[in-house]
Design a protein around this ligand. Structure first.
Ligand code: NAP
Length: 537
């Protein structure tokens, strides 16, 4: 029995990925009785499910880790510049074991409903197995890219070959040796997996609807000297990260606009950043790259030239050149030998923008012009119902008639990406309208969990049991988000940030792009002013 005597727990946590695990650790330290409910049969969230070949983080491994325990960050050793999926999952399992988190995790338990009762001030969640659990607080640690989506194309169930989704990859792995494989989708997951699948498959067909910008990752074993220095500065670097746009220290912000440099200076600058690898450094070449289309064109043109230089067949190179969005307005991809892969004899790029897939068949698929592709296996790298999908999959409502699906029908509305007005005592970790997906995710998860834990502590200290976001504060925050997004080039792209990848989803720019520094300052200000914009009772 939890401390209020009526409930099973003090806090229900939904999800045991990066956010849920830290929430267990942090809230337990406050003496709270918590439990995380996880659909998977292991912890790790995104890093548990996305086991596709080549899956690797696009944030450098020395950054992409927890900061809450200095011994942990000093002792853990990352072998490479960017962590692979198995390595990151190993790290998360190590954290779970090291801090004895598993005793408060219930695996293989998908939450179907969450209902708040205003009189008793309790959330009750029900599991797919039919159990119910109650607690005064509920935390949605459900992730932003956790609801994989297959395209809605006729005949998809008729395909008799092997069918995979990058976000639901089988644990035992897949051997494509000797097989004719189709990959549908050329976002980060497609771009990372295509070079590896190409090395195994007898033939690989890549079905591309939209060409994407991708930069070389330049992955390599971690330089021991770099690691030593980074660890020496870890504490200060983590602190400094909160005063940066993306939550990562070590990238001096640019002070020049692209037009202030000569064409040859720009070329040199982009060349150096291309050689260095990584996306932040590239996007930090000039301060107006994400604000001004002409400035952005200089960087976009540079990358298109590199694609033409790399890919030998001119028609394939042209098809691979992105031309419908400014660079950086969709997640900028990091790859290893992606464009080079199209020089292989066993790889064919098929453009499906003007000639879409009409139907799947038992043997493969058929395009609108009638051309057919016989395939032994299809890998769907078709993405996720991002940012709102996981919460909309749970039937979240209150006894006063609030319903999250209805409230978010025209797009998500949140206060700080932490609460939704009308849903008391329910918190989100890196919810929509927070910088989450536009930042170093683990840092943002820690920030939000700390904010939530502090709010609960404040309530307990002051004999309060009910917290909700103000409608007015929520509206102002949503408005501010939209204004900030509209002052950038981001809304020009048909990205999952805009909900544009899901047919019928409202087109609203969902992440906060004012930067981590502005956001965390706002959060601090809110707390200093007695949780301004929240109603506590
Ligand atoms: P994504 O970026 O949404 O890409 C999905 C791809 O599938 C796009 O090329 C899309 O084409 C295509 N597609 C979707 N529906 C289609 C249809 N009906 N017919 C044809 N093509 C279709 O998904 P993702 O690659 O899984 O990546 C999602 C996000 O996860 C990334 O942006 C990133 O933030 C994260 N991620 C990160 C890493 C990393 O850290 N390195 C790795 C993987 C993923 P359109 O563009 O035309 O819609």
């Amino acid at each position: 029995m939890a401390s209020n005597g009526k409930a099973d727990l003090d806090v229900i946590i939904i999800g045991a990925g990066v956010a849920g695990l830290y929430a267990i650790y942090r809230l337990r330290k406050q003496g709270l009785k918590v439990r995380a409910y996880e659909a998977g049969d292991g912890i790790g969230g995104t890093w548990f499910w996305n086991r596709y070949p080549g899956c690797r983080c696009d944030v450098e491994s020395m950054e992409y880790s927890y900061s809450f325990d200095d011994d942990l960050q000093q002792e853990w050793q990352w072998p490479e510049r960017y962590g692979t999926q198995p390595e990151i999952l190993r790290y998360l399992n190590h954290v779970a074991e090291r801090f004895d988190l598993m005793r408060d995790v219930q695996l293989e338990t998908r939450i179907k409903t969450a209902t708040f009762d205003c009189d008793s001030n309790l959330w009750t969640v029900s599991t797919e197995q039919g159990a119910t659990i109650s607690a005064p607080f509920c935390i949605m640690a459900t992730g932003n890219l956790s609801t994989p989506r297959f395209p809605r194309i006729t005949g998809i169930d008729d395909f008799a070959g092997e069918k995979y989704h990058t976000g639901l990859w089988p644990k035992e792995g897949v051997d494509f040796t000797g097989k004719v494989v189709g990959v549908i989708g050329t976002g980060s997951s497609g771009v990372q997996s295509i070079p590896i699948i190409a090395k195994q498959a007898k033939h690989l067909y890549v079905f591309q609807r939209t060409a994407n910008f991708s930069l070389p990752a330049r992955n390599a074993p971690l330089d021991p000297e770099k690691e030593r220095k980074h660890k020496e500065e870890y504490v200060e670097r983590r602190k400094a990260a909160y005063s940066t746009p993306f939550g990562i220290a070590g990238y001096p912000p640019p002070d020049k606009c692209a037009a202030e440099a000569t064409p040859s200076e720009r070329e040199e600058s982009y060349k150096a950043k291309w050689a260095e690898g990584g996306s932040i450094s590239f996007l930090f070449a000039y301060k107006d790259l994400l604000l001004d289309k002409e400035a952005n064109d200089t960087a976009s043109d540079f990358v298109r030239d590199r694609i033409r230089e790399t890919v030998k067949d001119p028609a394939t190179a042209e098809l691979l050149c992105p031309n419908d969005h400014p660079i950086g307005t969709k997640r900028l991809i990091l790859d290893t030998d992606y464009f080079e892969t199209y020089n292989r004899d066993n790889v064919t790029l098929v453009g499906i923008r003007s000639n879409p897939i009409e139907t799947f068949t038992a043997d493969g698929l058929q395009l609108t012009d009638g051309s057919r592709y016989d395939l032994d296996a299809i890998s769907f790298a078709t993405g996720f119902d991002a940012m709102t999908g996981a919460m909309r999959e749970i039937d979240i409502r209150t006894d006063k008639g609030a319903d999250i699906r209805a409230k978010w029908e025209d797009g998500p509305r949140t206060y700080l990406g932490i609460m939704v007005a009308g849903f008391p005592n329910m918190f989100m970790v890196t919810g929509p309208q927070s910088p989450g997906v536009k930042s170093q995710m683990i840092l943002s998860c820690e920030w939000h969990v700390d904010f939530i834990a502090d709010a609960i502590a404040h309530m307990r200290d002051n004999g309060l049991s009910h917290i909700d976001a103000n409608e007015d504060a929520e509206s102002s925050w949503v408005e501010h988000n939209n204004q900030v997004a509209d002052s950038t080039l981001y809304p020009l792209a048909n990205s999952w940030y805009m909900g544009a990848n899901i047919p019928g989803k409202p087109r609203i720019f969902m992440p906060y792009v004012g930067g981590v520094e502005a956001y965390t300052n706002k959060c601090k200000d809110v707390v200093t002013k007695g949780y301004e914009g929240f109603r506590l009772a």
